[in-house]
Design a protein around this ligand. Sequence first.
Ligand code: PRP
Length: 213
Amino acid sequence: MMAFKSPITIALPKGRILKDTLPLLAHVGIKLRDDPDTSRKLILDTNVDVVKVVLIRATDVPTYVQWGAADLGVTGKDTLVEHGGEGLYEPLDLHIAKCQLMVAGHPEASLDGQRLRIATKYVKAAKRHFAAKGQQVEIIKLYGSMELAPLVGLSDLIVDLVESGNTLKANGLVPLEFVMDISSRLVVNKASWKMKHETIIALMEALSEAVNG
Ligand code: PRP
């Protein structure tokens, strides 16, 4: 197992990303001491004394890492695009929690035209997508259940993550246009990158092997 010269705090979001990240960490020799499904603790010990894991929301991971409250984190590319990435390096695609960001709506919905109303949690990604097509759209910010918006006339279209497509299907909606591929990324605080370089590089190389092997 790799040697840890510096103490390291890793920020992880509960749910699917955590589930997919734990086997990668195990491959590197890091295992949680507590069961994240039953423990209410937010700071978890690992079998490596100097490695701690903090459990937070995916959208908060870039913030904790940006401010150095965690040295490293794992979160989705969707979250990173919305955060903007200040204070962070994003050195490794972990190829987990893969899905696609898509424009979706009623099967007969038109993608063309100006001033379409787009409901989404992914405001920056949506703005960028339509701006690149030369379309002015009105973005309606939501925090979840985007599929509801076209059903009740709140919006013409949505921009949302699609994995199996089951949520869209169950609501009579279809994916209409690809926006971007999404997967989870390792993010690193810029100061930690310098101060704890050896440990972080070793951890990254081990993780990269776990990802590609
Ligand atoms: C995501 C996304 C869709 C659904 C897509 O929501 O927003 O609603 O998963 O998955 P599918 O294509 O396999 O049906 P999530 O469950 O992550 O909850 P959220 O609404 O909080 O984003």
